[in-house]
Design a protein around this ligand. Structure first.
Ligand SMILES: Nc1ncnc2c1ncn2[C@@H]1O[C@H](COP(=O)(O)OP(=O)(O)O)[C@@H](O)[C@H]1O
Ligand SMILES: [Mg+2]
Length: 265
């Protein structure tokens, strides 16, 4: 479904701050994949999603979506089929617009070019969906989104995204800014929607047990590279301890290789 071929991005090229944040990544994402992504700060997780979403264009390499080369396609065009949720709940919805207007805007995105208006039937449709969130938001359709809590906003963003029928969703630590109770709620909702709507998903998390528990595939990133890619039965057998051990094993190997290279052997 999505394919990255030899993708690299170099920030601040030619300066003292030059940084190869993504280093020659090759990755194939299959339809229906639910991929969790882990890695230390600065590993390149967010940058990887930025490249897929078109926020940044790669310095080299190619990106394909359904075999179409989208390497140079701008972000707003990719937003038509890629849904995204960030850590900051304020980014997913417009504060000074009502819930129903927010929902309408995103809903229209799924019906390119068709004229759809916010009539009684549409309101009922939104109400029916809001009920699924179990947050009583169906009775607050006229409230401005600014009145909602962070958890409610993330849940609404999630629902709106689902209604726009994206081919791929990108979640960047989207529960990290919430209190534990709301974080758990939003995560539960996320996994329920992913399953119900068969959403192809990439989810960055800093919680190793979540990364193991959810999804069919796990990527571990370090220094702009995918250093571990595991799926299916092998993923199911992972534990946090094994994952940490794996990380150190791979890091040590890289270190040793570097040492060998440096010593000229
Ligand atoms: N817009 C940017 N300009 C310059 N450097 C950036 C930019 N975005 C990310 N980086 C750098 O790229 C590296 C990877 O960052 P990021 O993808 O945000 O890591 P992660 O999400 O894994 O914590 C870091 O060294 C970061 O400083
Ligand atoms: Mg990040």
């Amino acid at each position: 479904m999505v394919r990255l071929k030899d993708v690299s991005i170099i920030f601040n090229k030619g300066t003292i701050d030059e940084n190869r944040a993504i280093n020659n990544i090759n990755l194939s994402i299959n339809e229906g994949d639910f991929i969790t992504i882990i890695g230390s700060n600065g590993a390149g997780k967010t940058t990887l999603l930025n490249l897929i979403a078109g926020t940044y264009l790669p310095s080299s390499g190619k990106i394909f979506v359904n075999d179409k080369d989208v390497t140079r396609q701008p972000e707003y065009k990719r937003a038509k089929y890629i849904g995204r949720i960030f850590q900051n709940p304020l980014l997913g919805t417009s504060s000074n617009m009502s819930l129903e207007d927010n929902m309408m805007i995103t809903y229209k995105k799924g019906f390119k070019g068709l004229t759809i208006s916010l009539n009684k039937k549409m309101r009922q449709f939104f109400t029916d969906h809001l009920v699924q969130l179990d947050m009583n938001l169906e009775n607050r359709m006229k409230d401005n989104v600014i009145m909602l809590s962070g958890g409610q906003r993330q849940a609404l963003t999630l629902l709106m995204m689902v209604l726009s029928h994206p081919d791929l969703i990108l979640l960047d630590e989207h529960t990290a800014a919430l209190d534990p109770k709301n974080a758990a709620l939003v995560l539960e909702l996320t996994t329920r929607f992913i399953e119900e709507y068969h959403l192809t998903t990439m989810m960055i998390t800093h919680n190793m047990s979540h990364a193991i528990q959810y999804g069919n595939r796990l990527l571990m990133m370090d220094s702009g590279e995918i250093i571990y890619d595991v799926e299916g039965e092998e993923k199911k057998k992972l534990t946090v301890e094994k994952l940490v051990e794996k990380f150190h094993q791979i890091k040590k190997k890289t270190f040793e290789t570097d040492e060998v290279l440096l010593s000229g052997e």
